[in-house]
Design a binder for this molecule. Structure first.
Ligand code: GLY
Length: 580
């Protein structure tokens, strides 16, 4: 244990240098956030059903399905395919993600894992340079970073198993196909992100085609985006089901595009891709049930660990947003993220001790190490271990009968690796950067990892996506989740605490400024909106406080006796609640 502790300390020290690079890599997605007056923020009400998503047209597509008698899964699948058209920054069929479903009809909570897998030819050292050191250009910007897309398998599986049966796949896909074929008007948010990402995308031949004006410059606000190739690919899925994507001409185009760009994904990799139905991570927090995403996402495990630690403190007796309250959350996050780094990975490859990490006993031991007055240095956090003993987008859906869907999916970076597969119109991910290139290395979000998350053939990289449903007496009360890489879990944690402990209106909970600690680097990232005096108090407790905090967007729904209340996150323009 002593030797192990020394190794951890060395990792902590060298990590500070490594993070300087990753911080630069993500600078483009950092936007400052000026929160509204939380006392005046109110959620959007609906009586029967609601979709809260990052883009208005796609949210409306889901709400229309609900209005026509579809259930939450029907609506979620329709919104997922529509976002692939209207929100190409993260909505996708060329990436992957996770869906957590509460099904009243089947009296079941399930998780659908449609995370990308590493192609069969992936080696353990694929992301190392000739000097044996991690080469971030390979894992973030090259075609080697492209994982086998899981979204089509995941969404079609969800529809087949948990949809209402009232809609065929073709009916669910129709609005997305029309939006791709007929086009839609580019919004200010999309125009801004496109011009940011354009240079990256332009590295690939023809990649910017549909996203360009005729003069070769990026589309601007008010232009119409028509994606004929994508409409063709979606039509193939509508006609043939997932085989229309994973086999035949579309698969051949995807594999050819990756091969021509220097990657290794083959038609066989596509043909053998499978989405997996998993049991969610479950736990309790102050009498509520927490249902969230299991491995290969770390989200549910880290969320539950953090909540278990915090349950032993009288959080609601402390003022919301006070240094005392935030300090405890930061200390809980620090400990849970440290375990993430050490233990978690794809369950098909690693035997992670989730059953220990998520127990109340383990949380009690971790809690005992928290000093309410002082920050614990990151290097000391690993003293307790169980062995001793972008860009992403999230949407929430609830229907009239109480079915709920929490879905987070991603291309990893905004617009993924920036490569659109010629002829297929599919933007491809760079998800494999979520692997740990070498023990102790970090991904673009600065998340350090070790053996459990090294690359391997067919392996799923560890994720932070945390689609979560909170239940009371078996019924959903909160559906939440967020994009934001490493910051996803801490964002979800704070929304849950604000709603359950502080009884805040869900819109205020979503709008409240957030803090984030991920063990390494040993610093608290804070959003704008906290008073200087509060930041000074955190510093006095020994925290290194750093602004800004990267983007999150926790599009959430609260289910109350008075109806459904939707909270599109005000941080990112374009988020919308559509209900009926
Ligand atoms: N690509 C971000 C995540 O999965 O956590």
């Amino acid at each position: 244990m002593a030797v192990f502790a020394i190794r951890w300390r060395r990792v902590v020290a060298t990590f500070v240098l490594a993070f300087a690079f990753t911080a630069t890599a993500l600078a483009q997605e950092r936007r400052s956030y000026a929160p509204p007056d939380l006392a005046t923020v109110r959620a959007i009400a609906a009586e029967h059903g609601m979709v809260v998503a990052q883009e208005r047209l796609a949210a409306q597509v889901g709400a229309d399905i609900l209005r026509q008698g579809g259930n939450a899964v029907d609506a979620a699948v329709a919104t997922g395919f529509a976002l692939a058209v209207t929100y190409p920054r993260a909505g996708n069929i060329g990436g992957g993600g996770f869906m957590v479903i509460h099904s009243t009809e089947r009296k079941e909570d399930v998780a659908i894992d449609y995370r990308e897998t590493a192609p069969a030819a992936t080696t353990r050292d694929i992301f190392l340079g000739p000097d044996g050191k991690p080469d971030t250009d390979k894992s973030r910007n090259s075609a080697l970073s492209i994982g086998v897309p899981g979204t089509v398998a995941g969404l079609t599986l969800a529809l087949a198993k948990y949809g209402s049966g009232r809609f065929t796949l073709a009916q669910i896909l129709k609005p997305a196909i029309e939006l791709a074929r007929d086009g839609f008007v580019v919004t200010d948010d999309m125009a801004d992100t496109l011009s940011d990402m354009y240079r990256r995308m332009a590295r690939w031949q023809n990649a910017t085609g549909t996203l360009s004006r005729t003069d070769g410059t990026p589309l601007q606000e008010g232009d119409r985006l028509i994606q004929a190739d994508l409409a063709g690919t979606l039509s193939a899925i509508a006609e043939q089901g997932p085989r229309g994507f994973y086999e035949g001409p579309v698969a051949e185009r995807l594999a050819a595009a990756v091969r021509d760009a220097g990657g290794i994904m083959t038609v066989d990799d596509l043909k053998s891709y499978e989405a997996v139905i998993r049991s969610p991570v479950r736990g309790s927090y102050r009498g509520y049930d927490i249902v969230s995403m299991p491995l290969p996402s770390s989200g549910g495990t880290v969320l539950l660990q953090s909540l278990n630690i915090l349950e032993g403190f009288a959080i609601s007796d402390m003022k919301h947003g006070s240094a005392d309250s935030l300090h405890l959350m930061i200390e809980a996050m620090k400990r849970a993220y440290a375990d993430r780094a050490r233990y978690l990975g794809d369950p098909a490859f690693v035997n992670a001790p989730v059953n220990v990490l998520t127990t109340k006993e383990y949380a009690a031991r971790q809690r005992a190490g928290i000093d309410p007055a002082r920050a614990t240095p990151a290097g000391d956090v690993l003293a307790v271990s169980p062995r001793e003993g972008s860009n992403t987008t999230h949407y929430s859906v609830v229907d009239a009968t109480g079915n709920a869907v929490s879905n987070t999916y991603t291309l990893n970076f905004p617009y993924g690796v920036g490569l659109v597969a010629a002829g297929a119109g599919v933007l491809l991910n760079n998800e494999l950067d979520d692997f740990t290139a070498a023990p102790g290395a970090s991904n673009a979000f600065g998340l350090v990892g070790f053996e459990a998350n090294l690359p391997g053939p067919g392996k799923r990289p560890l994720s932070s996506m945390s689609p979560t449903i909170v239940l009371k007496d078996g019924k959903p009360v909160l559906v939440t989740g967020s994009p934001g890489g490493s910051r996803i879990i801490s964002a979800v944690l704070q929304v849950v605490i604000d709603v359950l402990d502080y009884k805040m209106d869900v819109a205020a909970a979503v709008a409240a400024p957030r803090v984030h600690h991920q063990w390494l680097p040993d610093e608290v990232r804070v959003e704008r909106g906290f008073p200087d005096a509060l930041l000074a108090e955190l510093k006095a407790k020994g925290h290194k406080v750093v602004e800004p905090l990267g983007q999150t967007s926790a599009n959430s729904i609260a289910v109350t006796p008075g109806g459904l209340f939707g909270a599109p996150d005000p941080r990112t323009r374009g988020a919308a609640a559509a209900g009926h």
